[in-house]
Structures are given as C-alpha cells and as structure tokens.
Design a protein around this ligand. Structure first.
Ligand SMILES: Nc1nc2c(ncn2[C@@H]2O[C@H](COP(=O)(O)OP(=O)(O)OP(=O)(O)O)[C@@H](O)[C@H]2O)c(=O)[nH]1
Ligand SMILES: [Mg+2]
Ligand SMILES: [Zn+2]
Length: 305
C-alpha cells in the first residue's frame, strides 16, 4: 500500500499519534533511518507533516516533510535547541495579570523566545477578573502595542475578552506558551468546554503553578483550530541565540538600526546609536531596552562558555 499523509498530534515514549488526512487516527513508530536521526537531535514533533505506511498491523512514519515554521526552546549553553512544535501559524504568549503577576521582563523573555524561532507572537493577558488587574492590563497593553504586538486581555473565569481570542485560535494551528499557573489550559477549556483539560490550583506557598499540564499534544478544537497546550515554563534560560541575534528579536529596533552610526552597532555603548537615541526620546520603552541588555549579556555569556 502507498504511504498516507498526516499530521503528528501527540508524541511520547516513541509512539506518535498521527491524524491522517483521510480522517483516521493511527499510532505509528519511526522507521529505522528516522530513528537514527532522532537520536542525533532531529526529532519528530507535534505539527510535523509526515508520510506513514501500514506494516502488518502497525504503522510506521517513513518520511517527515520540511517544516514551514519551528517553535524552539533554545537549549542551555552547548546544547541544541529543543523544537516544541512544527508548522504553527500562531503562537500566543500567555501570562497572568495577577496570581502570578507578570513583569515586563518575563513577558520580554517569552516574546524573544518566540521571535528567535522566527515567529511573531500575540500576547494574552489572562485573569482580568482579579482585583486591580485592569490597571495592570492597561499599562502592559499600551507598552506592548507600542512596540508592535497584538494584545488580548482576557479572563477564562468570567469570559471577558474571550471572543477575540476565540476568533484568533479557531483557525489554523497555534500554541499557547507561558509560565505554569497562568491559565493556558483554562483558556482552552473556556473556548471549548468539551476539552475538560486538567487545570491546577495555585500553590499556596509560592503563588505559582505546579505544572498541571505535562507532555505536548495538538488538540482539535470544536470550532476548527488546532492548538498545542504546552506545559508551563517561565524561567526561559539561555538560548543558542548569538548576542547580535538578540537585537533581531526586538521588532521595534528594526526600523531604527539603519540610523546607527556603526554597522553592527550593539546598541550598548557606541556613539550615535539610534536605538539609544530613541530610548532617550521615549520611542523605545526603558523596560524593553533593559530586557535587551540583560538578554544580550546572557547570550554573550553562553557564547563564551
Ligand atoms: N481568577 C482567575 N483564575 C484563573 C483564570 N484562568 C485560570 N485561573 C486559575 O489559575 C489556575 C491555573 O490554571 P491552569 O489553566 O491550570 O494554568 P496553566 O497555565 O495551564 O498551568 P500549567 O499547565 O501548569 O502550565 C487554576 O486554579 C485556574 O482556575 C482567570 O481568568 N481568572
Ligand atoms: Mg495547563
Ligand atoms: Zn545602535
């Protein structure tokens, strides 16, 4: 029989759940050659387009198509990037306005993680129902809209703002990423109550989540979209991004850097730097520039190691 195309929906323990284009869902394992590649880092991940064929009463993945996009969590120094999902149309960076309250620096880290994968994320500020969340929402919304991000303010609890998020998530394939306990699974349950995803109680002691979601899978929403509910990660460590590459992860720098006196300006200490000039004039928000300096320094340390 000829090979059948499909999309990897779930991975774990060497078993791949593949949704075939003809509507069937099968469990498959990797063919020998692909297994070899997997061991050297080229893993098969959710969202991968694959060709599978039946062998006996089992299925094997014969081939993986080239990826359109890759969402990667960069590895620690010296390690390779860990690809979380392939062929996503959209990535939503989800944080909470309260419990746990997001800081601009945390948001910047997550945005940079996605930008370094070559994707431009959308920001979701959840838990808008909590006390004084709206003031925080107003500040973060104006900050991030001013540097070119689309921002949704939502509450999985009360349904506030869920219309816009639902419209955005119900077509194509996307992923929700963000710290544990911010309400990623809750947002998906609010969009599609039939999912009944496990959600967690916040730890009383730390006020943070406890990693309720484990493993990655692409979930089909009743409204049509495919979405990856990923386990929370907040302390996004060091990436295999070069120090020079960090500036490319700040979209508001792009239009400015031609105005720097030096080509390859680091925007740290050079004279006549357009980014630093914009900072003084308020065009680049101070908190964004501070995040840039921190992340650039981390990237430099990683490179030196
Ligand atoms: N007040 C309020 N609480 C919320 C909201 N959304 C989620 N929560 C609560 O926040 C806690 C964590 O929610 P989850 O949906 O499990 O968070 P998560 O981001 O999926 O966490 P991980 O799976 O650990 O990454 C739960 O107790 C939810 O009930 C919201 O909009 N408002
Ligand atoms: Mg979850
Ligand atoms: Zn500069």
């Amino acid at each position: 029989m000829t090979a059948v195309p499909g999309t990897v929906r779930e991975t774990g323990g060497g078993v791949y759940v593949v949704a075939l284009d003809d509507g069937r869902s099968v469990e498959a394992s990797l063919r020998g050659r692909l297994k070899q590649e997997a061991r050297t880092g080229g893993r098969v991940v959710i969202g991968d387009r694959v060709l599978v064929s039946p062998s006996g009463n089992a299925w094997t993945i014969d081939e993986v198509e080239a990826r359109r996009t890759e969402l990667a969590r960069r590895g620690r120094a010296g390690r390779t990037a860990k690809v979380l999902a392939a062929n996503l149309d959209r990535v939503f960076v989800v944080v909470a306005l309260r419990e746990p309250a997001a800081t601009p620096h945390l948001v910047d880290r997550l945005l940079v993680l996605v930008e370094s994968s070559g994707m431009h994320p959308t920001l979701v500020l959840n838990k808008a129902d909590l006390a004084s969340a709206l003031e925080a929402a107003a500040a973060l919304t104006s900050l991030y809209e001013s540097v070119g991000y689309e921002v949704f303010v939502a509450s999985a609890e009360t349904g506030t703002g869920m219309r816009a998020l639902t419209d955005a998530i119900c077509s194509g394939s996307s992923a929700l990423i963000g710290p544990s306990g911010v309400g990623k699974s809750s947002l998906l349950n609010a969009i599609d109550p039939g999912l009944a995803l496990r959600t967690g109680l916040l730890s009383k002691k730390t006020g943070t989540g406890r990693h309720t979601t484990v493993g990655s899978r692409l979930i089909e929403l009743g409204c049509g979209g495919l979405v990856a509910d990923t386990p929370g990660f907040g302390d996004v460590g060091l990436w295999s991004v070069s120090p020079e590459g960090v500036a490319d992860c700040f979209p508001e720098f792009a239009s400015l850097r031609d105005g720097c006196r030096f080509r390859g300006c680091s925007h740290v200490h050079e004279p006549d730097c357009a980014v630093r000039a914009a900072l003084d004039e308020g065009g680049v928000p101070r908190s964004r520039y501070e995040s840039y300096l921190t992340l650039r320094a981390e990237a430099t340390e990683t490179e030196d190691r």
